[in-house]
Structure formats: structure tokens, C-alpha cells
Design a protein around this ligand. Structure first.
Ligand code: ADE
Ligand code: ZN
Length: 326
């Protein structure tokens, strides 16, 4: 189909990808071997079989277990580099990559190891592949705000290595307002602000992320569709949503892609983007997300171009770089 070929060929930005969610089973086993970590799965096949999710939490349990093989600076480098090669092959020219430092520092891995490994991959990928890549530090919302504040302070020696902060992990019971102080602090520091909201959680969490955290993008945000007034607000403010269709499908946010609200949001004038979230776990990098969404929702070539343009509009690149891609 023409729209799918277009989606493959057109330059895109990826704005919602967790680097720990790009860790393919083969690399998990390779790193486990290299680091002497024993996994509760016999082989790659057995691990892949465990990727049968019922909701967000069932995924997160396996995702945090997978990340336990990451110990050395080279491990973080190899993971990010592997992602950037896949993204480049998908015609992603700019990536804003989430990482979860608390997943690693809680296991005794120093902040420096995490950030320097990821940053070195961003620099090398820029030189080798010409892809532009930046990092966004995410706080785990199932942990306390004090833990998030301590994590932000611990990362400040590498303040120039990440452009912003985000909020991820288990959404239910952990509303955005729980993190009001750490987002205020990050805003004072001049960091860019994003948060997951309305993935599983209610539309009220999206409103809180906007009004209390003052985020500049909403990650997922698909449950906004339940409140027409909220959709209208997102459209009038051109507040971007980083939508991840295959993630919503695999975590049972939608029963099938044909019922995904992406097209309705786009038609309402919302700045919708398409992203992969955790591509190693949800069976598809960004182009595959475009392709399956196009097929299910019968997106037109014009809509595909609009979504790709939205990805640059919603990105945190400077205006000169943006104009070059738009
Ligand atoms: N961490 C990695 N993927 C996530 C998702 N889809 N939602 C919340 N936290 C995550
Ligand atoms: Zn996510």
C-alpha cells in the first residue's frame, strides 16, 4: 500500500522509546553470559514465550527483570547503539530516548555508568549514522517523590547529558501530582518536561500532568478520547501526544488496532505522533507501528505525512534543525 511505503521512506522523529525496552532477548542472553548473571529462563525462546502480557504491570515485571543484566558502561552503550541502528534503518533521523536510572542505581549500578554509556552511544551513532539522539531521564512513579528528587540531584553532575525528564512505570495509584515538586525543580533547572499519562490511567491524570506538572508533551494520552473537552484542549494547545499503537495493543489498552483512537485524535486536530515505546517487547520498531496502524485504521498518505511532520513539531530540537526536516 502506498501509505505504508511512504511511512518506511519518510524521515521521522521517535519521541517515545524506553532504551531498556529496546533490549532484545538475544542481547539479554549475551549480556547475562558476559556478566555472569543467571536468568530464570533457559534460552531466548523461553524468554520470548514469557512475553504474553495482560496489562501494563505484567509487562513491567518482565521488563525490569530483563534490565537486570545491565551492569557495565559497555552494556548501556551496546543496548543504545543496537536501538539506534534499528531506528536508523527505519528512517528515524532524530530520537529522544527515555532511560530509567532508578532501575539501575537501585541495583548498585552508579549513575555515571548509566549516563556515560548511553551518551557515548548517542555521540557515536551521530558520527557513524548521522542520526541525532538525545536522552530524557525518567522517574519511576511507583517509587516515592523523595526518591525521584534524590535521583535528579544524583544526575546533576551530568546535567548536559540529558535534555529533560519524564515519568513512567505503573500508572494506577500514582497520579502526576505526586511528583509536583520534582517537576518544579526540573523546570527551574531548564529541563524539558514530559510525562506518561492516560495510558491506563484516567483522563484526569492527563489534566494533572498539564496543569500541575506543566509538561510539554503527554506520553500516550490515549484515554483523552473519553473526554471530548480534553481532546479539544489538546488540539487547541497543540499539545503533542506520543502515541504507541503496538504497545497499547499488547498491553490490552485496545482490543484491536482497528479500534485505536489515533485517527479520531488526529482528525480532531491533536498533534499525534507514532512511536514504539518498548520495541523489543511489543514486536515492532517505529516503522512497524506506522505500518500496522495504517493498515488497521486505513490512514491516507496525507495523514502519514502529517504524523511524521508532527513528530518534528513535537520534538525538542532547535528551530533551525526542525526547519531542515519539516
Ligand atoms: N516503562 C516502559 N514502558 C512503559 C510504558 N508503556 N508505560 C509506563 N512505563 C513504562
Ligand atoms: Zn512508555
Amino acid at each position: 500500500i502506498a501509505a505504508i511505503d511512504l511511512a518506511r521512506a519518510i524521515p521521522k522523529a521517535e519521541l517515545h522509546v524506553h532504551v531498556e525496552g529496546t533490549l532484545e532477548p538475544e542481547l539479554i542472553f549475551q549480556l547475562a553470559g558476559r556478566n555472569g548473571v543467571t536468568l530464570p529462563y533457559d534460552d531466548v525462546e523461553a524468554l520470548r514465550k514469557a512475553y504474553a502480557f495482560t496489562d501494563l504491570q505484567s509487562f513491567l515485571d518482565i521488563y525490569y527483570a530483563g534490565a537486570s543484566v545491565l551492569l557495565k558502561e559497555q552494556d548501556f552503550y551496546d543496548m543504545a547503539m543496537a536501538y539506534l541502528r534499528c531506528a536508523h534503518a527505519d528512517r528515524v533521523v532524530h530520537a529522544e530516548i527515555f532511560f530509567d536510572p532508578q532501575t539501575h542505581t537501585a541495583r548498585g549500578v552508579p549513575m555515571q555508568i548509566v549516563i556515560e554509556g548511553l551518551h557515548r552511544a548517542c555521540v557515536d551513532a551521530g558520527q557513524e549514522l548521522g542520526i541525532s539522539a538525545v536522552l530524557i531521564l525518567c522517574f519511576l512513579r511507583h517509587l516515592s517523590e523523595d526518591d525521584a528528587l534524590a535521583t535528579l540531584e544524583a544526575a546533576l553532575p551530568w546535567r548536559d547529558r540529558f535534555i529533560g525528564i519524564g515519568l513512567d512505570s505503573s500508572e494506577f495509584g500514582h497520579p502526576p501530582e505526586k511528583f509536583a515538586r520534582v517537576f518544579a525543580r526540573a523546570r527551574e533547572l531548564g529541563l524539558r518536561l514530559v510525562a506518561h499519562a492516560g495510558e491506563e490511567g484516567p483522563p484526569a491524570y492527563i489534566r494533572q500532568a498539564l496543569d500541575v506538572l506543566q509538561v510539554e508533551r503527554i506520553d500516550h494520552g490515549v484515554r483523552s478520547i473519553e473526554e471530548p473537552a480534553l481532546v479539544a484542549r489538546l488540539a487547541s494547545e497543540r499539545m503533542p501526544l506520543t502515541v504507541c499503537p503496538l504497545s497499547n495493543l499488547k498491553l490490552k489498552g485496545v482490543q484491536d488496532l482497528a479500534r485505536h483512537p489515533l485517527r479520531k485524535l488526529l482528525q480532531a486536530g491533536v498533534c499525534v505522533t507514532i512511536n514504539s515505546d518498548d520495541p523489543a517487547y511489543f514486536d515492532g520498531y517505529v516503522t512497524e507501528n506506522y505500518a500496522q496502524t495504517i493498515e488497521a485504521l486505513k490512514l491516507t498518505p496525507e495523514e502519514v505525512v502529517q504524523i511524521a511532520r508532527n513528530s518534528f513539531e513535537a520534538s525538542f530540537v532547535d528551530e533551525a534543525q526542525r526547519q531542515q526536516w519539516l
